[in-house]
Design a protein around this ligand. Structure first.
Ligand SMILES: Cc1cc2nc3c(=O)[nH]c(=O)nc-3n(C[C@H](O)[C@H](O)[C@H](O)COP(=O)(O)O)c2cc1C
Ligand SMILES: [Mn+2]
Length: 482
């Protein structure tokens, strides 16, 4: 059963022993960060701060911050979501009328994912068009040198001015004052693309933006998914929760938001207006330097009665975002394999902060195959940011980082097997020579073939035969070893 809203998810977390309520006052400035960081590093629960200092609105954090909680959020393991996607991708129109009839339930299921417009919803319980202030909400100052307080887990809605298609992305927002924030959509993201297109078209002075904070977990999660442009996150959320997302029209802008949202900030970004944003203690574990970004002007706030403020912190790994990213790794594997069927598995170790290190196991079929896979990944959506790609043969378990390091380090002749390329890099990369532009490295750690010019013999890995192992199993016990 799909979660009705954030509260429904909080109840499920509670029931499963995955939530700790904090009934006393804790400061949203740094103290909640220290709680959240300690909790995630110790495998602790999600935290609900009932009395954040300076606000009557409770704060939920770490709701997705473990494999168990990701599974509760998606009501299934990420691997099962991946299997469901594979099933859909393999769906072909069967022969004959009987076969076609058998397909109907599946097609009906596809139709059932599309978001549905409803006329009212809980997010409209309180509508504030004049009398509102962002200070009402317990927005965190996450790290000591942050430029201010940041909304860190928003669903930012905008429309592509050319296609009319909706986008929803999670872009942090620095609170500048009671009614304005930053809008940190990085240059490669869809919000920034909509902004560019509107600016280029001329005519309009501002771009409508609506921000929802807190909803059912699948809808919240969809905002971070690296989907192709113009693929509606709300449709994918409907797929994930097996129930359409109900959307309501905003009061002051031409956009819709999830009806079950806890908090909605409606407003606009003025085209051409930029303001210094940051620094911000970021995903990388380092501060992102301050930079100029668009400004979001809030024109109306709507919220539920007794709203709950959902947030997260990012920082030295592993943090909550690592668990969200791990599920992305699993869920997107079948989609990657649509283009690259030779990919057996991929892994993004926590220390690589998503795309700084991607380990890929392939079934190698022709000379140069590992390099083809690297280039394909560099051309695949947000995987373009992959700073280091290590390609290994399919007999290497990429989830076992120690096995990858051991085999890859043995298998490479660095000068021959390492490839550098130039291209777009993540906005958060602080080492690249220019912002958003720099080099990337591919490591071909597969076994080298004669067809690749490798004239020497390639040795095998040592292994004791199975029959010997069995014999020793018995002797081991006989010797009294454990
Ligand atoms: C907690 C969290 C915070 C994020 N903050 C930002 C941000 O400030 N700016 C940004 O461009 N992407 C940010 N992202 C990544 C985007 O949400 C992600 O790239 C998403 O796929 C973008 O969606 P889009 O392709 O529809 O633009 C964040 C992700 C997470 C998990
Ligand atoms: Mn998108």
């Amino acid at each position: 059963m799909a979660y009705a809203d954030l509260r429904d998810f909080i109840r499920a977390l509670d029931k499963n022993g995955e939530l700790k309520r904090i009934p006393f006052e804790v400061d949203p400035e740094l103290e909640i960060t220290e709680f959240a960081d300690r909790s995630v590093k110790h495998g602790g629960p999600a935290l609900l701060f009932e009395k954040p200092k300076g606000s009557n609105v409770p704060v939920l954090i770490n709701a997705f911050a473990s494999p168990k909680r990701m599974e509760l959020a998606l009501e299934s393991t990420a691997d099962d979501v991946a299997a469901r996607i594979s099933e859909f991708l393999q769906m072909r129109m069967p022969e004959g009328i009987i076969g076609k009839l058998k397909m109907l339930p599946m097609l009906a299921e596809v139709g059932a994912f599309f978001p549905k417009i409803v006329s009212d919803g809980p997010c409209k319980e309180v509508i504030r068009k004049r009398d509102f202030s962002l200070d009402y909400f317990p927005v965190l100052k996450c790290w000591p040198h942050d430029g201010g307080r940041f909304i860190t887990l928003p669903m930012v809605f905008s429309k592509n001015p050319d296609t009319g298609k909706r986008n929803c992305g999670c872009y942090r927002m620095q609170v500048f004052d009671e009614r304005t924030t930053g809008m940190h959509w990085q240059t490669h993201k869809q919000g920034a693309e909509h902004y560019r297109r509107m600016s280029a078209a001329g005519g309009a002075k501002k771009m409508d933006v609506a921000v929802a904070i807190g909803a059912d977990p699948a809808t919240m999660y969809s905002a971070i998914l690296p989907l192709p442009p113009d693929l509606d996150e709300m449709m994918i959320a409907g797929f994930l929760r097996s129930k359409p997302v109900e959307m309501v029209k905003c009061e002051t802008v031409d956009l819709e938001v999830p009806a079950n949202s806890e908090i909605v900030l409606e407003g606009y970004v003025e085209l051409g207006e930029l303001r210094r944003e940051g620094p911000f203690g970021d995903h990388t574990g380092f501060y992102s330097l301050d930079d100029d970004y668009p400004v979001f002007h809030v024109s109306c706030v709507t919220h539920r009665k007794n709203p709950i403020y959902a947030t997260t912190i990012v920082g030295p790994p592993p943090m909550e975002d690592f668990y969200m990213g791990k599920a992305i790794e699993r869920i997107f594997l079948p989609l990657m394999r649509l283009q690259l069927p030779e990919v057996r598995d991929i892994a993004m170790p926590a220390e690589g902060i998503f795309h700084n290190l991607i380990l890929v196991a392939i079934r190698k079929s022709y000379p140069g195959h590992a390099r083809k896979v690297m280039h394909a990944i560099w051309g695949l959506g947000q995987a373009m940011f992959s700073k280091v790609i290590v390609v290994v043969d399919e007999d290497v378990d990429v989830q076992n980082f120690s096995e990858v390091a051991w085999k890859a380090l043995n298998n490479i002749d660095p000068e021959r097997d390492i490839q550098f390329v130039m291209g777009p890099v993540d906005s958060l990369d602080h080492a690249s020579r220019l912002p958003n532009y720099g080099s990337k490295m591919g490591v071909d750690a597969t076994r080298k073939w004669p067809e690749e010019g490798f004239a020497r013999r390639w040795p095998a890995v040592m292994k004791i035969p199975e029959d010997v192992r069995k014999r020793v199993d018995a002797l081991w016990k006989k010797a009294g070893l454990k």
